[in-house]
Design a protein around this ligand. Structure first.
Ligand code: NDP
Length: 453
């Protein structure tokens, strides 16, 4: 089987040169699935793996728009429609200068397994642009979003492909995108999730990814008869996922010590309490400022600028019980993973997608800590997006309590699937294998049922 993985991966590399994040994500999944293919030759002969790594459709388009100075700007837009075996394509849009085909393919690929794990009928997709909303006026962001949706609206729809937010795409951007879709198509439908509450959004959707990552950590802790109460936590990022991770850590009696953005991070030994969290939310969501300003407001906290030439991030080098990486891919390398283990961290619940490099993952798995990979731990966001779709179809909103209860149940079920699959395929406690296998089986069976499409 090792030969099969090597041959498979070298073919994939030859076909997708330079797409390093996509190849990294595929390698991890294929290694886990080797355990399944051993027992299920039918998947191998139906070439399920060969088909699942090939997007059903890739859309790439020009996004021209005019800035406030009257200059013409041109960005590139993408939508990867990866797999629709169990439902319409679903996954976020990312607006960040680093966006390229390989990054979006990795995200779309992960999304297929994640969406399957949620138990909801949703396929996988992802999209975005190399547009950077940072430093742009609201009007510039609106003009960009309108131009982006003018093309995207030909390819998406409430029964076809339902995008949502991701890095750089929050409530403001979803509003502009939805407005333009409605205007062009003359229909008010649930084509996007993460909508405002007055126009079809779901309660708890903004909170869902962060809350879900903490619920997942609690589930992992429960296997050792422990809870989040009193746990110290390192959190990276200060956007949507980080903010609501900190809120749920507080709700469950834990203490968050750090928060970051792409320039640097804050270490607050006293912990980020509710007032400080409200300050972060206003700073990031309204003022759109930098996290450095936190240390001016709370002088006991320490700000440290990140130095990209360093071989590790000092954020991951503090004593703590838990880590919630919630910024971006590959933000924890092997050195960071070693530092985390050395400092006593024994719970890692990934709010971000693929935040740990493969050698970092290996260190966590070999150390036997409670390591929840992103495709399981951060699935709460897309799960509540699925619940938003259900409410849109019924044209009836659920209460905050109802959605939160369903979210907690879904995270419990994802955890149980990971544990059960890891056990069944001979690697108990390995949430990486559990998540990859659990997500795969449902999609693979649906692909078998639907024939060669
Ligand atoms: P936001 O844009 O709200 O926040 C992103 C945060 O991460 C910001 O603090 C940002 O800093 C920081 N960041 C982004 N890129 C980098 C980088 N290259 N290096 C260092 N820091 C960086 O995004 P989200 O909170 O929505 O997303 C965070 C992660 O969670 C992503 O991996 C995303 O894919 C994942 N995720 C999000 C879901 C959601 O529902 N939103 C669902 C599932 C996963 P700065 O402001 O300086 O750029």
């Amino acid at each position: 089987m090792a030969d099969y993985v090597t041959t498979f991966m070298s073919r994939l590399q030859a076909k997708n040169p330079g797409e390093k994040e996509f190849l990294q994500a595929a390698q991890e999944v294929v290694e886990s699935l080797a355990l399944v293919l051993d027992r299920h030759p039918e998947y191998r002969s139906a070439k399920i793996l060969e088909r699942i790594v090939e997007p059903e459709r890739v859309i790439m388009f020009r996004v021209p728009w005019m800035d406030d100075q009257g200059e013409i700007q041109v960005n590139r837009g993408f939508r990867i429609e990866m797999n629709s075996a169990i439902g319409p394509y679903k996954g976020g849009l990312r607006f960040h200068p680093s966006v390229n085909l390989g990054i979006l393919k990795f995200l779309a690929f992960e999304q297929v397994f994640k969406n399957s794990l949620t138990t909801l009928p949703i396929g996988g997709g992802k999209g975005g642009s190399d547009f950077d909303p940072k430093g742009k006026s609201d009007n510039e962001v609106m003009r960009f979003c309108q131009s982006f949706m003018t093309e995207l609206c030909r390819h998406v729809g409430p029964d076809t492909d339902i995008p949502a937010g991701d890095i750089g795409v929050g409530g403001r951007e979803i509003g502009f995108l939805f407005g333009q879709y409605k205007r062009i198509r003359n229909e008010f439908t649930g084509v996007l999730t993460g909508k405002g509450l007055n126009w079809g959004g779901s309660l708890i959707r903004p909170e869902a990814t962060g809350y879900g990552a903490v619920y997942f950590a609690s589930e992992m802790l429960s296997t050792r008869n422990e809870t989040m109460k009193g746990k110290t936590c390192l959190v990276s990022g200060s956007g949507n996922v980080a903010q609501y991770t900190i809120e749920k850590v507080l709700d469950l009696g834990g203490k968050a010590l750090t928060v970051s953005d792409s320039n640097g991070f804050i270490y607050d030994e006293e912990g980020i309490d509710r007032d400080k969290l409200a300050y972060i939310m206003n700073l990031k969501n309204v003022k759109r400022g930098r996290i450095k300003e936190y240390a001016d407001k709370y002088p006991k906290a320490v700000y440290q600028a990140l130095d990209p030439s360093q071989d590790s991030s000092p954020l991951w080098d503090y004593k703590a019980d838990c880590a919630f990486p919630s910024a971006t891919q590959n933000e924890i390398n092997a050195k960071d993973a070693q530092n985390l283990l050395k400092n006593g961290v024994y719970v890692v619940s990934e709010g971000a997608n693929m935040p740990t490099t493969p050698d970092g993952v290996k260190l966590f798995v070999d150390a036997g800590i409670l390591y929840g990979p992103g495709k399981a731990a951060n699935a709460g966001g897309v799960a509540v997006s699925g619940l938003e779709m259900a409410q849109n179809s019924m044209r009836l909103p659920w209460t905050r309590g109802e959605v939160d209860k369903r979210l907690a149940l879904i995270m419990k079920s994802i955890h149980a699937t990971c544990v059960e699959c890891a056990d069944r395929f001979g690697t108990p406690g390995n949430y990486v294998n559990g998540a990859n296998i659990g997500g795969f089986l449902k999609v693979a069976d649906a692909m078998m049922d639907q024939g060669l499409v």
